[in-house]
Design a protein around this ligand. Structure first.
Ligand code: CO
Length: 134
């Protein structure tokens, strides 16, 4: 069911500082910041040869990563995104096996314009999993 790792997302308290770390200290190629108000984040993409890292900074009072940063003030790994061929088939298989799909189980359009779902971290070793259909 799982394909490639599409991205790893890291919540950061200061996007400018995090961008500078990846660009200047780690020598990575980073994008310009993009504000995604419908997702409550501003994101910078770190382009790597085999995947991407997304640096996420909260945007707006309703940001889904605000609570995470309140618990992890220095930032931390927020989720990992795996690619799937058939997101509805994946959802049905997961639901049948007892895994919890967040947000009522209907895919939403994610930061890359593709349908995504999130799986409850308590069902997967404390890791928030995003599935994205390419
Ligand atoms: Co993501």
């Amino acid at each position: 069911m799982l394909g490639r790792v599409n991205h790893v997302a890291i919540a950061v308290p200061d996007l400018e500082a995090a961008t500078a770390s990846y660009r200047d200290t780690l020598g990575a190629t980073v994008s310009a910041p993009q504000s995604l108000p419908e997702h409550g984040v501003t994101v910078v993409f770190v382009e790597l040869p085999n995947t991407k890292i997304e640096l996420l900074e909260p945007l707006g009072a309703e940001s889904p990563i605000a609570a995470f940063l309140a618990k992890n003030p220095a930032g931390g790994m927020h989720h990992i995104c795996y690619e799937v061929d058939d997101i509805l088939g994946a959802r049905d298989r997961l639901t049948e096996s007892g895994a919890r799909v967040l947000g009522g189980g209907e895919p939403k359009i994610g930061a890359h314009g593709k349908p995504v779902l999130f799986l409850h971290p308590k069902d997967f070793n404390g890791t928030l999993i995003e599935l994205e259909q390419l």
